[in-house]
Ligand binder design. Structure first.
Ligand SMILES: O=C(O)CCC(=O)C(=O)O
Ligand SMILES: [Fe+2]
Length: 292
């Protein structure tokens, strides 16, 4: 991504690396940003793929209000662990009350792009840390523009003609051994979908790889073993360390990531620590390929 730094008297953007991630300073998001400030936030998101703000003090309502600046909020198809009066805000947490977790625990520990298995995957996701462990539990992000751009030209040409099947149920039980399998009703809500393997970001016009090895069950028209090998290889290259930003959480951090040009995953932490975050996601559009 573009690492150029922008600073204005009231808003500073600090890139985390040449490729991906930036911190935005000097904003209190409990108040909605004005149009100029929001245009700068969006610009930073488009340049860096993942942005974050530290030291925030947000209620679930304030998080939802800021999230709406990015578009219409989605209500996740897994309706547990949302605020009853505010179903757009979901809780991720390992904290237990009366023996039951107050939020989703151990979600997203494989590389993925949120809701890629839906016809219109998530546009951006916002995650706000209420409490977090002193070490571990980083969220990692991979730059899928660079993942594509770094490939040899011949391979890029071939990949941009391909389509992939994204399937929520493909490895669900392997990824979530502690959860019951998806019910037939849940499976029926998320049938497998086909997306271009390379998608063009509508705002930046840049192509990005769009796949995750635990969600993409196959590449259309390719023998299964070849398809599997290609998917595994592409994810491995995309998530090489030089392509990844690891976010070390502090309470009060708000992260925003663009699911159209990044993959992310949660990482483990010691279970004696408490971790609670509020999460929203913004509805996206159907991915568009290069030749479409
Ligand atoms: O818990 C995390 O670090 C990330 C979880 C995740 O994948 C998500 O909220 O979309
Ligand atoms: Fe996720």
């Amino acid at each position: 991504m573009n690492s150029s730094q922008r600073a204005t008297p009231d808003l500073t953007v600090l890139p985390m690396s040449a490729r991906i991630g930036a911190e935005i300073r000097d904003l209190d998001l409990a108040k909605l940003p004005d149009a100029t400030a929001f245009a700068r936030i969006l610009d930073a998101l488009h340049r860096h793929g993942v942005i974050f703000f530290r030291g925030q003090h947000l209620t679930p309502e304030q998080l939802a209000a800021f999230s709406k600046c990015f578009g219409e909020l989605d209500i996740h198809h897994m309706t547990e662990h949302v605020f009853p009066d505010l179903p757009q805000v979901r809780v991720l947490s390992n904290v237990k009350k009366d023996g039951k977790s107050i939020g989703i625990t151990k979600g997203g520990m494989h590389w993925h792009s949120d809701l890629s298995y839906k016809p219109q995957p998530a546009l951006v996701t916002l995650l706000y840390a209420v409490e977090c462990p002193p070490t571990g539990a980083d969220t990692q992000f991979a730059d899928m523009y660079a993942a594509f751009a770094d490939l040899p030209e011949e391979k890029r040409h071939r990949l941009q003609t391909l389509r992939a099947v994204h399937d929520r149920n493909y490895r669900y039980s392997a990824l979530y051994p502690g959860r019951p399998p998806l019910t037939p009703e849940q499976v029926a809500k998320v049938p497998p979908v086909e997306h271009p393997l390379v998608r063009v970001h509508p705002a930046t016009g840049r192509p990005a790889l769009f796949l995750a090895k635990d969600v993409v069950s196959q590449i259309i028209g390719m023998p299964q073993d070849e398809s599997r090998a290609l998917i595994d290889e592409l994810e491995a290259v995309a998530t090489l360390p030089e392509n990844v930003y690891s976010h070390k959480w502090q309470p009060g951090d708000l992260l925003v990531w663009d699911n159209r040009c990044t993959l992310h995953r949660a990482t483990p932490y010691e279970p004696q620590y408490r971790r609670s975050l509020y999460r929203t996601q913004v509805k996206g559009e159907a991915p568009v390929g290069i030749s479409a």
